[in-house]
Design a protein around this ligand. Structure first.
Ligand SMILES: [Zn+2]
Length: 321
């Protein structure tokens, strides 16, 4: 919007900025001078075993033990969903942005019945939920609200701008009408619920903070710990209107206990396979933030940025007061 005299335009722009920050501030890291098509794939992805599918919007990686990372690297969220294949059924942990059909990719990877569960109900993780009929969800009012309403085009339209999204990778997407659909929940579940896939049992661990319904998954047999957006390499955003730092502090402590017995951590953005020691470092780093042992630096949109190398925390400065 270059016409500064157009107040409606400015208002729309402000609304867009506010809604974008409230939902997910992943975009703050983007180099706005370049389009997203110019961005190279992360080098960590090149080391993984890629499975080619008929939906090139998604990049699928075999991360061992019948687990597939379903990555969306052509949008700046770089969201990663995981398909965990058991004997009797498979669990799809998140369904991505909903820009292309994730269920068609899943069908190429397994013929088993699919159960969906979301790491939390921010828009970038529930986009494909409506393509599935068996959906577990956390028993929170936040989850119920997001399932009932989805997210409007106004709330998610920044995701399809040229600097956010590589349209040549998905020319059929109607960017003018892109939004996140509501979905129907089959069953509400709580902390420590066990998802039984036949030969593997996956434990649900509630880890609120980033979002009120944030969870991790842990499988003792493989030592896999799925951390959602509560931990990933890169800037971890504690910026949503529903973010709670005290609650997050408790959750990252709980995650560190599981990380101590985990072999691999599988986060929901950026890089799909991470050493568990990073989660323990994050717990220690976050303790230093809340006890005011580190100052951080001012960042965009009123954020305070605490940089710890492989990961950083971007926290709404108001939450730190
Ligand atoms: Zn996310």
């Amino acid at each position: 919007m270059k016409n500064l005299g157009c107040w409606l335009g400015i208002l729309a722009l402000l609304l867009t900025i506010v809604s974008s920050v409230n939902i997910k501030a992943q975009s703050l890291t983007t180099d706005k001078s370049k389009g997203w098509c110019d961005k190279a794939l992360r080098p960590e992805l090149l080391k993984l075993k890629e499975i080619k599918t008929g939906r090139p919007w998604f990049k699928v990686y075999d991360v061992g033990n019948d687990v597939f990372a379903i990555d969306e690297p052509y949008n700046y969220e770089e969201t990663i969903a995981y398909l965990i294949i058991g004997k009797n059924k498979a669990l799809l942990f998140d369904t991505g942005l909903g820009m292309d059909s994730i269920s068609l990719v899943v069908k190429e990877l397994t013929q088993l019945p699919i159960t969906v569960l979301n790491s939390h109900t921010h828009f970038d993780h529930i986009g494909g939920n409506r393509e599935f009929s068996d959906i577990l969800a956390m028993n929170t009012s936040y989850t119920r609200n997001n399932a009932a309403n989805g997210y409007t085009h106004l709330q998610v339209r920044n995701e399809v701008t040229p600097e956010a999204f590589c349209k040549t990778q998905l020319p059929q997407l109607d960017t003018a009408n892109y939004y996140t659909h509501p979905f129907k929940v089959s069953k509400f579940i709580n902390d420590n619920y066990i998802i039984d896939l036949g030969n593997r049992k996956i434990q649900v661990i509630t880890t609120p903070g980033h979002a009120p319904d944030a969870i991790c998954l842990f499988e003792l047999k493989t030592g896999y710990l799925w951390t959602g957006d509560s931990f990933y390499l890169g800037p971890i955003f504690l910026f949503d209107e529903a973010t709670d730092l005290k609650v997050y502090h408790h959750s990252i402590g709980r995650m560190a206990v599981f990380a101590a017995k985990a072999k691999w951590v599988l986060p929901a953005h950026n890089v799909p396979v991470v050493d568990p020691s990073e989660v323990i470092k994050a717990r220690n780093a976050f303790s230093r933030i809340v006890s005011k042992k580190v100052e951080g630096k001012p960042g965009d949109f009123g954020a305070r940025v605490f940089d710890f190398g492989e990961f950083s925390y971007m926290i709404d400065a108001k939450l730190l007061q």
